[in-house]
Design a protein around this ligand. Structure first.
Ligand code: COA
Length: 257
């Protein structure tokens, strides 16, 4: 928590615990002088895709090559597992390191913050997993992550759309959200707003999805930070991952994709 607080990030203890639950052997730390100085997590979704996250070095230990060593360790772990593609969401501070390790930018995600007013919308239904809808949008099977996130807060609009949300250290977090249409997303935002009335919410918006950008703006959200989504092949000649950017309205988190 000290590491992520030094970076001002939004994760809670539960977010760390979730990563440790989902990939206990993929969460790496580097100790120096008896202290945890740096971390990196590698979450394997399926043979096609793994996600790198929580790349953090305490400020007093930066510039000593710790992040590079942990990244190289995580990449060896993923290569040994034979994962075809490795992706991550890079801050400006992290991007030069990833570029030097062969990652290339594929899109941009912006964090938008806002306190939407209550508005009329259709009511949401109880959450049921929609694995085919999610896999088409994301490009890999992340059902284990979704099952874990769903324990906190999740809702559906029929079999057309779903959204999840969770608390954050700085603001409640809306996402992931996958939907075939924009109206369902506004109802899901209204549902999540109702769980945290009057509070500022975070929503990580993929800029490729113009409908998501327009909707976030209309609901009073504004961009506050930006990351580059980067990818690197883990296996030479691996077929590219197909995603459906038109149905991805909110990512699951920079540490998850
Ligand atoms: C990004 C971060 C993890 C780097 O940690 P670090 O342990 O200092 O990184 P390293 O010493 O291993 O440096 C790795 C590379 O990063 C780059 N880098 C690190 N600090 C840099 C700086 N202040 N300015 C420019 N480049 C920098 C360099 O390219 C360096 O490459 P080199 O090995 O050829 O010198 C650390 O600054 C941090 O925790 N930042 C806040 C959280 C964050 O943004 N994390 C990245 C999430 S995507």
């Amino acid at each position: 928590m000290l590491l992520k607080e030094a970076a001002g990030w939004n994760q809670t203890e539960e977010d760390w615990r979730r990563l440790l639950r989902l990939q206990p052997d993929g969460c790496f730390g580097l100790e120096c002088d008896g202290r945890l100085a740096a971390t990196t997590t590698a979450l394997i979704y399926d043979k096609r895709l793994a996600w790198i996250g929580m790349v953090l070095t305490l400020p007093e230990f930066r510039g000593r090559g710790f992040a590079r060593r942990l990244m190289e360790h995580a990449l060896s772990y993923l290569e040994a597992a034979g994962v075809q593609w490795i992706k991550l969401d890079a801050t400006d501070m992290g991007a030069p390191l990833y570029r030097s390790l062969g990652f290339e930018t594929e899109s941009v995600i912006e964090r938008w913050a806002g306190t939407p007013p209550e508005f009329a919308s259709v009511s949401v239904s109880r959450y049921v997993p929609l694995p085919a809808l999610d896999e088409r949008a994301f490009g890999a099977d992340r059902s284990a992550l979704l099952a874990d996130l769903a324990r906190t807060a999740a809702a559906c609009i029929g079999d057309q759309a779903f959204a999840m949300g969770r608390p954050g250290s700085n603001a409640p977090y809306f996402g992931p959200c996958v939907s075939k249409d924009e109206d369902a997303v506004s109802s899901l935002v209204n549902w999540f707003r109702g769980l945290y009335p009057g509070q500022c919410l975070f929503w990580d918006v993929p800029l490729e999805n113009k409908a998501a950008v327009d909707l976030a703006r209309r609901l009073g959200f504004r961009p506050v930070r930006r990351v580059e989504r980067m990818a690197r092949a883990g296996v030479r000649g691996a077929p590219p991952i197909q995603t459906d950017s038109a149905s991805a309205f909110a990512v699951a988190g920079f540490e998850y994709g």
